[in-house]
Design a protein around this ligand. Structure first.
Ligand code: BV8
Length: 268
């Protein structure tokens, strides 16, 4: 039922069974668990991470230039086309066993809150019920000038060809995805909520993030300072690893189901 260790791809480092069992013991005692996820959480669903070398726009342009107000203002068709392409990728993919394991964790721990940097909506689709989308959602839209929410049905694209964005029916400005771009503030109150939960949680699972993008990257530090057991799940060490009590090296889609299966066995 429980594999002995986990040989991570490439590094050959074994994740010790003891580390997984220490993580499971902490979860078994926890009242509040925060699962903080980044792009690596969706990698096994087939969604490229920001740091993957990419074909198309991802190779030609730096996402940190496209995912900005300046990038959109400079060339709305390029940025709108890029997001439509990404929406198409997400529409053709689905949450994986790791997302489903986090949803199943809600039956085993009194309170689980997912705090995600991802904009793909996969945690909700997998069944998690309490989710803070720090960086918004690619399938929600607003206008560029006034942030008017816009409910439109946008056809997804299968290429990243430039495409003129539709226009806001209220103010005539171009429509953009309702996501947080680099240089933009996170939705007011949402990050403060995430900080409060991180400070109060008993365990923080930090899954698939390089810990490079602020302010989300500070949450594991807040959790550790608040006395939480910080468990990192990543295929390689990251900026977060300094604050992790336990580092489980391997893909989220394999490690999270193992943790949940072990916890279910304890609860049986
Ligand atoms: C802010 C939505 C206050 C859009 C994203 C100069 C001017 C202005 C701001 C800044 C500046 N310099 C720095 C900043 C702050 C900036 C920042 O942090 N920049 C970085 C680049 C240094 N932050 C901001 O701008 C934030 N706002 O600070 O507001 C402010 C305002 C004005 C002026 C000053 C300050 C807003 C940041 C939000 C940006 N939006 N997404 C979109 O998606 O298009 S960020 C985007 O990139 C993602 O959401 C995510 O947050 C980030 C990517 O990071 P990760 O998720 O960690 O993914 P990454 O690819 O890096 O790593 C993947 C990890 O997974 C790896 O570790 C890998 O090993 C692992 N992995 C891979 N496979 C697996 C796996 N793990 C497990 N299993 C696997 N199978």
């Amino acid at each position: 039922m429980f594999d002995v260790g986990y040989r991570a791809g490439g590094t050959g480092k074994l994740t010790d069974v003891e580390d997984i069992e220490t993580a499971v013991d902490a979860l078994a005692k926890a009242q509040l668990v925060v699962a903080a996820s980044g792009a690596g959480m969706s990698k096994e669903s087939g969604i490229p991470t920001f740091r993957d070398a990419q074909s198309g726009l991802w190779a030609r342009y730096n996402p940190e230039e496209l995912a900005t107000r300046q990038g959109f203002a400079q060339n709305p068709a390029r940025v709108w086309g890029w997001y439509n392409y990404r929406r198409g990728l997400i529409a053709r993919r689905a949450p994986h066993a790791g997302h489903l394991a986090l949803a199943a964790l809600e039956e085993l721990v009194p309170q689980v809150v997912v705090v995600t940097q991802n904009i793909d909506g996969f945690h909700r689709e997998a069944g998690s019920s309490t989710i803070l989308e720090l960086h918004g959602n690619i399938n929600r839209f607003k206008c560029f000038d006034q942030d008017h929410p816009v409910g439109i049905d946008v056809p997804v694209a299968d290429t990243d060809a430039e495409l003129e964005p539709p226009i806001c029916p209220r103010c005539g400005s171009p429509i953009r995805p309702d996501v947080v771009w680099f240089g933009e503030m996170l939705p007011s109150g949402l990050f403060q909520q995430a900080e409060t939960l991180s400070r109060a949680c008993d365990v923080m699972l930090v899954i698939g993030t390089s810990g490079m993008v602020q302010p989300a990257a500070g949450l594991p530090f807040v959790a550790e300072a608040g006395g939480a057991t910080v468990v990192e799940v990543n295929t390689e060490p990251s900026q977060v690893s300094h604050y992790a009590s336990i580092f489980l090296q391997g893909p989220a889609g394999e490690i999270l189901p193992q943790i949940v299966a072990r916890l279910e066995a304890l609860r049986a």
